[in-house]
Design a protein. Structure first.
Length: 559
């Protein structure tokens, strides 16, 4: 930790429209500051009244990202972890719902001594308490405010930030505002008015931004920068251009070219070494120009209409490609379409991945996809629900238990190969039966899982309710399934594999949540390597990329 007492605070807000990329902006700033030797953490304040996103539909909110301590959080925390290389916690994601829950608990307990509970000071004080919570052991705390300036839900957060700057000193805080500079084709020019109005609205809350990050499809000319600076009351050098790039991991490099990190350190009166981004540059180059061609992976899931529902899956596959110097092209395949059109619909892929999910919809398509992968030797990786579908498929088509199912999908099944554990029954609160967060897993000797991890015990993050029914383990094992990863007491199945298959492995946990661009997850690296081998050997209908087909060697290595 750099000698930077007191802790500095960077606040990232957004205007004009949502989904401009505040999370990537915050994560990229964090990466640049980490590269300069600073201890950095990032938190997200979400304005919605849900306590957390755990009960929200993936179609509305996207992926629920789970931390080691079992918090169900916004997907932006995944970006934060992947960019700064640190594991975050429940304290890094705060919602309006959690804030009001905390305040009402205090009020019922009598903590306010009979006072009228109001937005100011009680709500704003609670928000500021969350801001301070992460200060120990961090030089800089970056806080992203969800939503856009002007949303009624965001007002208590913005008021808290205004007060907080006064509390800790202006020299210890910095405001970064992300906005849009659209290109109007009919006029043939960029328009700065949306940015001007957004900044004006932010200033009406009492906050003057220090740095503007302008999302744009075209380069900002010096004239445009000067105009924005003049009307928004910022230095010209603090108007940062942010255009679309080939990969999100390129964003920190584009910010560095414009000296964004230098400006931040100057405004916060901090000194730190120059960053060494050579490894990051090499990683980005591997993504943009893979040395060994590319492969195609089919992700067969329930929520493929919204790719953000599988954001960490997508990034972990990219990381697996980095480890093997191959590009990974992902086709998002609806499991309902596989159900309707048959498993032949997914012919021609180097590998098949089935991710997590809840509910019966589309599960028959997933089971069909598992059978296709098993019978045709297609590299397969199942995650959470993917493991459960693999168990169901194997029980039906190999063990002869034709009525096998999960109790989640069919309470009347005669062979519930997936079910709740005894301790989970009679728990009625939503989420109360869930296994959330990091749990240890012991790997069996001579198994593919142990070989891939290079370790006898690992810790992985979970988010699921139903488990493999232990009453069927002996029958499944007798027919060739291997339970290669178990809980330390042996009572819970964590990993299964098929030894006679080129690559068939499934996990009860979510390995994608631990994958990083600079340290790809071993299971994803091995899965991509197996898919690349299959394509190189002509195992798909499509012509293999010549860069891959030129060699029969194992591509890359699991870290």
């Amino acid at each position: 930790m750099v000698d930077a007492s007191p802790t500095r605070y960077i606040f990232v807000t957004g205007g004009v429209v949502s989904s401009l990329g505040k999370g990537i902006a915050a994560a990229s700033i964090g990466r640049l500051l980490v590269e300069r030797g600073l201890a950095v953490t990032i938190q997200k304040f979400d304005p919605y009244i849900n306590v957390d996103p755990g009960t929200m539909s993936p179609f509305q909110h996207g992926e629920v990202y789970v931390t080691d301590d079992g918090a169900e959080t916004d997907l932006d925390l995944g970006h934060y972890e992947r960019f700064i290389g640190e594991s975050l916690s429940q304290s890094n994601n705060v919602t309006t719902g959690r804030i009001y829950q905390d305040i009402l608990t205090k009020e019922r307990r009598g903590d306010f001594l009979g006072s009228t509970v109001q937005v100011i000071p009680h709500v704003t004080d609670q928000i500021k308490a969350y801001l301070r919570r992460l200060a120990p052991n961090n030089d800089i705390i970056i806080t992203e405010i969800g939503g856009t300036v002007g949303d009624i839900e965001s007002l208590p957060f913005l008021e808290s930030l205004r007060q907080f700057r006064q509390d800790v000193g202006r020299e210890n805080t910095l405001f970064v505002h992300l906005t849009l500079v659209p290109y109007i084709a009919a006029a043939g020019e960029l328009k700065t008015k949306p940015t001007q109005h957004s900044v004006r609205e932010l200033m009406e809350t009492g906050i003057q931004p220090d740095i503007l990050i302008c999302r744009t499809e075209h380069p900002l000319t010096d004239e445009i920068r000067r105009k924005i600076a003049r009307f928004c009351n910022v230095d010209v050098g603090h108007v940062i251009e942010s255009r679309d790039v080939e990969t999100i991991y390129e964003v920190p490099l584009r910010y560095r070219e414009q000296h964004l990190d230098d400006h931040i350190l100057q405004l916060l009166a901090l000194e730190a070494p120059e960053p060494d981004l050579s490894d990051w540059v090499a990683m980005v180059e591997r993504i943009k120009r893979p040395a060994r061609g590319s492969i195609r992976i089919a992700v067969v899931g329930k929520y493929t209409a919204l790719v953000d529902a599988y954001k960490s899956i997508a990034e972990a596959l990219v990381h697996g490609g980095i480890a093997n110097e191959v590009g990974v092209e992902i086709d998002w395949v609806s499991s309902e379409e596989v159900e309707a059109r048959g498993p032949e619909f997914i012919e021609g892929y180097g590998g098949i991945l089935i991710p997590g999910g809840f509910g019966v919809r589309g599960t028959d398509g997933m089971v069909n996809a598992v059978r296709y992968a098993r019978e045709h030797g297609v590299p397969f990786l199942g995650i959470c629900l993917g493991l459960q579908c693999a168990i169901i498929e194997f029980a039906r088509n190999v063990c002869g238990l034709e009525e096998s199912h999960s109790h989640e999908f069919n309470r009347e099944t005669s062979d519930p190969v997936i079910s709740l554990m005894d301790a989970q029954y009679n728990v009625t609160e939503m989420g109360g039966t869930m296994r959330l967060g990091a749990y240890p897993c012991r790997l069996q000797e001579s198994s593919l899982a142990r070989e891939t991890y290079g370790s006898s015990e690992v810790s992985e993050r979970h988010r699921h309710r139903y488990e493999v029914n232990n009453e069927y383990r002996e029958d499944l094992s007798r027919h060739g399934m291997r339970f290669s990863g178990l809980s330390p007491d042996g009572g819970l199945v964590e990993i299964i594999e098929l030894p006679d298959h080129p690559f068939f492995i499934a996990t009860q946990f979510h390995p994608e949540l631990r994958s990083r661009p600079m340290s790809p997850h071993p299971l994803f690296a091995a899965f991509v390597r197996a898919a690349a081998r299959r394509e190189a050997r002509g195992g798909t209908r499509r012509e293999a990329a010549p860069e891959i087909a030129a060699s029969e060697e194992a591509v890359g290595a699991a870290p």
